[in-house]
Write a protein that binds this ligand. Structure first.
Ligand code: PMV
Length: 374
């Protein structure tokens, strides 16, 4: 695994091997660390990966603000270094053993980079700002919160660590938990995946989009319409897998590269019309990949399409700049400039809430990334 990552990234800023640390000689006995980390919504989508959790194409996302996870990690030194990991999970105040396999797998993937995790017993307490089983993926905010907590422990063991390394490694670890989680460490726009026009971009971790962004995009709003709160029939893991041997994979990956170049100009110039065209095309292409894989599947629901049609009608009738995007599910993210906030929110309440489960939607906006809670 390490060898593989080294080869793929040998020309980049940092290699996977740069994130390996030797077990520390002196360990702290115990402590706690708490981080609040956001969810994110991709504008250019990541769909298709290779081992170990490396993207087949670059992606860019808006970091959100209100949809977040707060995780506290309490660590207690064990009597001796053990081969097995030791941890407990409390989710929204209750023991949650069903989350254990996912965390176990995450720990197995990252242990070479944070070997001290075998020296401690952890109590991980987590809560989300958005309702559990709302159809909003909690893996991005959840995994990035864990990564931030682990990096805080590493920093306490190695106080000389520099801030840039801290955040890159946090994103690197988060990626090994869930790909898109690596875009949930920083704000407000993050690129993940090598792209020749994005300085410092890497397949190994997300980097803040640091070139010019027009003011209109700095304050963008995102309302998430909860069309289907149930468990997805097909997981992202399976969806990514189905891009291997997909008849349109090569073109799709190239399209994403081209879209990153285009969106760079769009963001700099503030061209909202071009933004709409690119973002909606990305959303529909993502779902087109699902519909044309073998086996094929559909994650949109009839109400997803009802909403899209209503959004198109509204945009036309009101000369609005609202647009939609989708993640790997039936929910719809509505993106719009802050100047349209009042009008769009009225439209949502009057004409779109009826297509959401229990009329449920969440207003969000661009956020600035992970925050440590003292
Ligand atoms: O991070 P994953 O494995 O859950 O994949 C997420 C994929 C999409 O949400 C559909 C797109 C993206 O770039 O976030």
């Amino acid at each position: 695994m390490l060898q593989n990552e080294y080869i793929c990234s040998k020309f980049k800023d940092l290699n996977a091997s740069d994130f390996i640390v030797k077990p520390f000689d002196t360990l702290l006995n115990d402590g706690t660390t708490t981080w609040k980390t956001p969810s994110n919504i991709a504008l250019v989508k990541y769909w298709g990966k290779r081992d170990p959790q490396l993207p087949e194409n670059p992606s860019i996302s808006f970091t959100l603000n209100n949809c977040h996870t707060v995780t506290t990690m309490a660590y207690q030194k064990r009597i001796s270094r053990e081969t097995e990991f030791s941890f407990e999970i409390i989710f929204e105040g209750k023991t949650k053993d069903s989350f254990k396999p996912k965390i176990q797998k995450f720990f197995e993937r990252i242990v070479d980079y944070v070997p001290f995790i075998k020296d401690y017993h952890f109590i991980i307490s987590s809560e989300n700002s958005f309702p559990h089983s709302s159809g909003i993926a909690s893996s991005a905010s959840g995994m990035s919160a864990l990564a931030m907590c682990l990096m805080t422990i590493e920093k306490r063991l190695n106080p000389g660590m520099d801030t840039s390394y801290f955040y890159k490694k946090a994103s690197f670890l988060a990626r090994l938990g869930s790909g898109s989680a690596c875009r949930s460490v920083k704000g407000d726009l993050v690129v993940w995946g090598e792209h020749e026009e994005i300085a410092g971009s890497s397949d190994l971790y997300g980097v803040p989009f640091s070139t010019k962004v027009a003011p209109v995009f700095k304050e963008y709003q995102d309302t998430i319409l909860l069309v289907d709160k149930g468990e997805k029939q097909v997981s992202s893991t399976v969806g990514h897998e189905l891009m291997h041997g997909h008849p349109f994979a090569k073109n799709r990956f190239q399209q994403a590269v081209d879209h990153i170049s285009k969106i760079k100009t769009i963001l700099a110039t503030g061209n909202v019309q071009d933004f709409i065209a690119l973002v909606e095309s990305e959303a529909l292409t993502l779902h087109a990949m699902m519909m044309t894989s073998q086996p094929y599947f559909i994650l949109m629901k009839p109400n997803t399409l009802e909403i899209i049609q209503k959004v198109w009608n509204y945009r036309e009738a009101h000369k609005s700049s609202i647009c939609f995007t989708l993640d790997a599910g039936a929910n719809v993210h509505l993106l719009y400039p802050k100047s349209e906030k009042e009008m769009v929110r009225e439209f949502i309440e009057k004409e779109l809430a009826m297509f959401c489960q229990q009329s449920h939607f969440i207003h969000d906006e661009l956020g600035s990334g992970a925050i440590e809670i003292e």
